[in-house]
Structure formats: structure tokens, C-alpha cells
Design a protein around this ligand. Structure first.
Ligand code: KG4
Ligand code: ZN
Length: 403
């Protein structure tokens, strides 16, 4: 069983090809995995622009697929001239009517190479930026149309869960078997959710953010501090420096711990962002976000980065602890881009040690968006006996409960 996967939900274009390794447990070998980041493109605008992300995915995806096929030794060029059947070419053109450039690139690919030995395609169908998602979905549907390879739509956040469950020995990855019930903390640029997992593929949302996602809050606060997009890693670096230097946060720079005592598993991070702005204005004596960048001194930045990260971590840890108690959880899975944050990781490790709960954190190479996690999730669906889909709709707000 060989699976090709595509991820285009946000600002990384990624393709992977994996091969199932025989045995009872779900194991696989990675034949190829490539990630093209659009960060440099979006940096200049301070965030991700959906239309620009879509254009960039459409511009690069077909070439990336060809490169992965080549690396996986699955690309066989045709020696004779070959043209797509007229009726199929027409259908392809219809399918890609909004992606003319991708249509042209795919025709060159389909006419230039033989059908590769791929058994299934796994593609991120949501949640994420709808225009960006459509590029991946339409590319997968094109391969289904021309090569007749079955397609599995994958939920991006389920992908992050599976990424955290991967263990690697030599060149072989394995999806770990977890002790259930399990609780997952999903923290990314678009999501902050606590999910109950009674078994893999069965998800129930226990709580989520009422406004900003935690990664979004990191990015917005970073911007106020004059840092580049994506700001999460930058804040984390600065907060670590502050910790090393034993910086004490003055009382009037202290931030709230939003929803800490709400008794439910819901979050709210937008107030925290406003609280940071208030502190910046007071200390920097500035009136706008733009001028705040100029007035902030390094000491103030260090104190804010530290206090902000501490506030977010306190809330996340408290809610996860509550979820573990209320659900009698035996394991905790942490997934999504923010799971790269080492302060959050450390505190969740401490919590799981105290509560005697197994903890699954993603390898730092797989904490961000990538197609490997989508391929692995596709394999999980197939092993679970699930059927491929003929019609796939990219859904920007797809709930994990319907994954
Ligand atoms: O999962 P992801 O790569 O993309 C989405 O699906 O959204 O998550 C990206 C988010 C960004 O907001 C980024 O700032 C944040 O993850 N992030 C971090 C760290 N590394 C990435 N936030 C805090 N600390 C980090 N070390
Ligand atoms: Zn993500």
C-alpha cells in the first residue's frame, strides 16, 4: 500500500509518499516528504493572505508532486507521445476552471509520465483557508480522474493528532496505540480545542476558544512587539531569554489568566491581546499599534513576552488538567503548531508526570503543517476499513467530530 498525500490548508505546500510496512501495528516507511513554506511571502504583510496563499499553492503543487514521485522512484517518463483522451481533458478543464495554471501543469504531468504505482491519495479537505484547501482537493480529484486512484479527505487537526502519535525507529514510523479514553489539546494558528478520544477516529469536542486561537494570539502579540510573522517562535525565544535572566515581571505588567475559573473547558484569548496593548501604551506612552513598535524597549518586550507565555500556559495546563480529571483520561495528545512551544511542552510534561498519564507530543520536525501527518492519517482510515470518496468539498470550518 503506497499513499501520496497533499497538504495546502494554510501557508505550507506539502506532499508526502509513504509505504505501509507489513505487520499487525500500523507502520510505514517514508519514500518522500517535501514542505514548501510560503512564510517569506506572507511575512511582508504580517499574516497569511488567503488569495495569495491559494495562488502560491497552485503555482508550486504539481511540480512538488513530480519531485516527490521522482524521489520515491515512482516517476516513469513516457518515451512515446501521449495525449489525454478528449473527454477526460474536458472534465479536467472543468474541474480546474479556477486554476488555469495548475490545469496546464497537470496536463504536462499526466501526458509526460506513466500512471505511478500509488494506491491511494490522502488530501487535507479542512479546516483551513478554503481557497487554499481547494487547490489540494482539486489536485487530488484530478489524479483520481486521470489515474483512477481513490481519494481520502483528511481533517487537518486529526492530522496533527496522528503526527503526535508517530514514533520512529530507524527508518520506520509507527502510529502508537494509545490508552483510552484520551484527551487531545489542539493548539494552532486557527484552532484551540480540547477533544475527547474514546478511540482513534472517534472525537468529541469538550471545549474550544470563543475568539482567537492560541497561535493567533501569539502572532498578534508578537506583532505588537514589532516581531515578524509568524511570531509564536519569536515570543517563545524572548520568553526563554527572560527566564534565563530571571526577569521579574513588575505588578503593573501582570496579565490576566482568561477563563481560568470559568469551570468549563472554553478559552478566550482576545482579551489578553487587548491587555498587552494596554500595558504597552502605558509604558511606551504611545497611541497606536504601529508607533508602539518604535517606542518599546527591550526590557519591556522581555517582560511582556514572558508574562504572555506564562498566562497562556497557565490557562492551557489548568483546562487540560480539568479535562483529564473529568474524563478519567489515561493519555494526553498535544498537537498543532503551538505544540512546538517548549514552555508549554515542559509544563504539560510535568502535569502528565504528576497525574500518571501518558503524554504524546509531536517531534519538532512534525509539529507544524506537513503532508506526512496527512498520509499517516489516510493510512489510519484505510486500516480502519473506511471507503474513499468520489465527491470531496473543501470545508474551511470542518469540525473534527465529523472527520
Ligand atoms: O499548525 P500550524 O503550523 O498551522 C495551523 O494549522 O494554523 O500552527 C501555526 C501556529 C502559528 O500561529 C505560530 O505562531 C505557532 O503555531 N507557533 C508557535 C510556536 N511555533 C509555532 N507558537 C508558540 N510557540 C512556538 N514555539
Ligand atoms: Zn496546522
Amino acid at each position: 500500500m503506497i499513499i501520496l498525500s497533499i497538504e495546502t490548508s494554510c501557508d505550507e505546500t506539502s506532499v508526502a509518499i509513504i509505504k505501509r510496512v507489513r505487520g499487525k501495528n500500523i507502520k510505514f516507511e517514508v519514500l518522500s516528504h517535501k514542505i514548501l513554506s510560503q512564510i517569506d511571502l506572507h511575512k511582508q504583510y504580517g499574516g497569511v493572505f488567503p488569495a495569495m496563499a491559494k495562488r502560491e499553492h497552485a503555482r508550486t503543487l504539481t511540480q512538488l508532486i513530480a519531485e516527490c514521485l521522482k524521489e520515491a522512484d515512482l516517476l516513469v517518463e513516457r518515451t512515446n507521445e501521449h495525449h489525454l483522451e478528449m473527454s477526460k481533458r474536458k472534465k479536467l478543464e472543468e474541474l480546474l476552471s479556477h486554476e488555469q495554471e495548475m490545469f496546464k501543469a497537470l496536463v504536462v504531468l499526466f501526458e509526460g509520465i506513466q500512471k505511478p504505482k500509488i494506491d491511494a491519495i490522502a488530501v487535507t479537505a479542512g479546516p483551513g483557508l478554503a481557497p487554499a484547501l481547494w487547490v489540494g482537493v482539486n489536485s487530488a480529484l484530478s489524479m483520481n480522474l486521470i489515474w483512477d486512484i481513490p481519494v481520502y479527505p483528511i481533517h487537518h487537526m486529526e492530522g496533527h493528532i496522528v503526527a503526535s502519535l508517530l514514533s520512529k525507529k530507524e527508518n520506520i514510523f509507527e502510529i502508537s496505540e494509545i490508552k483510552t479514553p484520551s484527551v487531545a489539546l489542539l493548539i494552532s494558528g486557527g484552532h484551540t480545542e480540547i477533544v475527547r478520544i474514546s478511540k482513534l477516529r472517534k472525537y468529541k469536542i469538550l471545549g474550544k476558544t470563543k475568539d482567537d486561537a492560541v497561535g493567533e494570539a501569539f502572532d498578534k502579540v508578537a506583532r505588537m512587539l514589532g516581531m515578524e510573522y509568524p511570531g509564536g517562535p519569536e515570543i517563545s525565544k524572548l520568553a526563554n531569554t527572560s527566564r534565563k535572566e530571571n526577569i521579574i515581571v513588575p505588578d503593573d505588567l501582570k496579565l490576566p489568566r482568561p477563563m481560568l475559573h470559568s469551570k468549563d473547558l472554553y478559552f478566550s484569548f482576545s482579551g489578553l491581546k487587548t491587555a498587552v496593548m494596554t500595558r504597552i501604551k502605558k509604558y511606551g506612552d504611545v497611541s497606536s499599534e504601529a508607533s508602539a513598535k518604535l517606542e518599546l524597549n527591550e526590557e519591556l518586550k522581555k517582560a511582556i513576552a514572558l508574562e504572555f507565555e506564562n498566562s497562556v500556559t497557565d490557562v492551557l495546563v489548568a483546562k487540560v488538567k480539568q479535562a483529564i480529571y473529568e474524563n478519567g483520561a489515561n493519555s494526553l495528545i498535544v498537537g498543532g503548531g503551538v505544540s512546538a512551544n517548549n514552555h508549554i511542552r515542559f509544563n504539560l510534561q510535568e502535569l502528565c508526570r504528576e497525574e500518571n498519564v501518558d503524554l504524546y507530543l509531536p517531534d519538532l520536525k512534525l509539529s507544524g503543517d506537513n503532508a506526512l501527518m496527512i498520509a499517516a492519517t489516510g493510512l489510519l482510515h484505510i486500516e480502519n476499513g473506511e471507503k474513499s470518496k468520489k465527491k470531496i468539498i473543501a470545508n474551511g470550518s470542518w469540525s473534527i467530530e465529523e472527520a
